[in-house]
Design a protein around this ligand. Structure first.
Ligand code: AR6
Length: 175
């Protein structure tokens, strides 16, 4: 689907296989790896990624930091710790929005034309997926309103159920 100058797609797959300029890592604040998509990205990129991550000094929830992609087909990785779901009254929505927004801006600043995101915070961090998808698409729509280097956004889901949720949220914001 086209949103101004941005092509937005929701796909099913393994984000570590995507040949895009940058993939986003749903990290934790240490930026030193973990399970889920974080573990998969570090395994596929190789230990040089962890070495670069050690120089970053961690990140606050909602912040985004960029590294090389090493053995990944993607040129770069943007690491962003999304919020841990604590019931919804601890600023989780604003923090998740910040993760998406800061990642999009950081990609554009680094002249990336294509970016792929996982479903940030909806795995180990337990953020409810329907709300997460709505927040994600809201930030993408807002970002698409101003021109930038970024032309393509892929949301890479890991189950067809998750894919349906993001597809639904995409259709909702396109109207
Ligand atoms: N490609 C695409 N999506 C994936 C992949 C993959 N290869 N592997 C898992 N997912 P999670 P979070 C999906 O738990 O909730 C880590 O330990 C997964 O099915 O990876 O933000 C970090 O170090 C889910 O839909 O991230 C943090 O401590 C989505 O990615 C913590 O988990 C996100 O699930 C972050 O938790």
């Amino acid at each position: 689907m086209q949103l101004n100058s941005l092509q937005v797609e929701v796909i099913l797959g393994d984000i570590t296989t995507l040949e895009v300029d940058v993939i986003v890592n749903a990290a934790n604040t240490s930026l030193l790896g973990g399970g889920g998509v974080d573990g998969a990205i570090h395994r596929a990129a190789g230990s040089d990624l962890l070495q670069e991550c050690r120089t970053l000094g961690g990140a606050r929830t909602g912040q985004a930091k960029i590294t090389g992609g090493y053995n990944l087909p993607a040129k770069h990785v943007i690491h962003t710790p999304g919020p841990i779901w604590r019931g919804g009254r601890s600023g989780e929505n604003a923090l998740l929005a910040a993760s998406w927004r800061n990642s999009l801006h950081l990609a554009a600043e680094n002249n990336c034309h294509s970016i792929a995101f996982p479903s940030i915070s909806t795995g180990v961090f337990r953020f409810p997926i329907a709300e997460a998808a709505q927040i994600a698409l809201g930030e993408i729509k807002e970002f698409a309103a101003s021109p930038s280097a970024l032309k393509s956004v892929i949301i890479c889901c890991f189950s067809s159920k998750d894919q349906q949720v993001y597809q639904h949220a995409l259709k909702a914001i396109a109207n």
